[in-house]
Design a protein around this ligand. Structure first.
Ligand SMILES: [Zn+2]
Ligand SMILES: [Zn+2]
Length: 213
């Protein structure tokens, strides 16, 4: 599988914009590509997607982690040029206008082959779980329910291998012990502490970053 960061507070690719928010493309061996979150500004999201080689009008699935503007802000612009995407929202999230189909997620569920949701945690946020050949890859928006709760909710799908996304105020670095790859993005406040405690697992995040597992 392959993850490409398309929206983040930092950029690693010349010509791509950086802005407070998060989005990444998730490509799996079987099944269509999926966009995780949509950043804050539609114009920047669409521009970055195109510069990184993705056609926003042909995306078939959009997964929304939680209803904060830095994760949902690009959605309406995207749906104006994409009339066929299915949007997966946590059940507390307002239903977006203009989507071909909306799936409101409350509990654990399958999105497509090898791709799952943790279900809505703390009545606000869901994380994406991808079964890869190495183990589970967990992708988070802001981790508002806490990394501990997200890891716990993902347990039903197997053994976690990687954690990527916004980790907010997370500092319980001992929870990362069994993971092989950690890529803190976006709102993560303690990147330095995470890097210092697990330098061999730490991966820098920024727009244009590609992680293949
Ligand atoms: Zn955020
Ligand atoms: Zn948030």
């Amino acid at each position: 599988m392959k993850i490409t960061i398309v929206y983040d507070n930092e950029t690693m690719r010349e010509g791509c914009g950086a802005d407070w928010g998060f989005a990444c493309m998730v490509e799996v061996e079987k099944g269509p590509n999926l966009l995780f979150d949509t950043g804050a500004k539609g114009s920047m999201l669409i521009d970055n997607l195109q510069k990184l080689g993705f056609d926003p009008s042909t995306l078939s699935s959009i997964f929304i982690s939680h209803p904060h503007g830095d994760h949902t802000g690009g959605l309406s612009a995207l749906l104006k040029i994409n009339k066929k995407a299915t949007v997966y929202i946590p059940s507390s999230c307002p239903v977006p206008a203009g989507a071909a189909q909306v799936v409101s997620v409350k509990d654990h569920c399958q999105i497509q082959e090898n791709v799952f949701s943790t279900g809505e945690l703390e009545n606000m946020e869901q994380a994406l779980v991808v079964k890869s050949k190495e183990g589970l890859v967990l992708i988070t928006g802001c981790s508002h329910p806490g990394v501990r709760a997200i890891l716990k909710a993902a347990e039903v799908y197997g053994k976690p291998y990687a954690l990527l996304g916004g980790l907010h105020g997370f500092r319980e670095v001992e929870l990362l012990e069994d993971l092989k790859l950690v890529c803190p993005c976006h709102c993560t406040q303690h990147k330095g502490k995470i890097k210092a405690s697990h330098p061999e697992k730490f991966t820098e995040c920024g727009v244009g970053k590609v992680i293949e597992i």
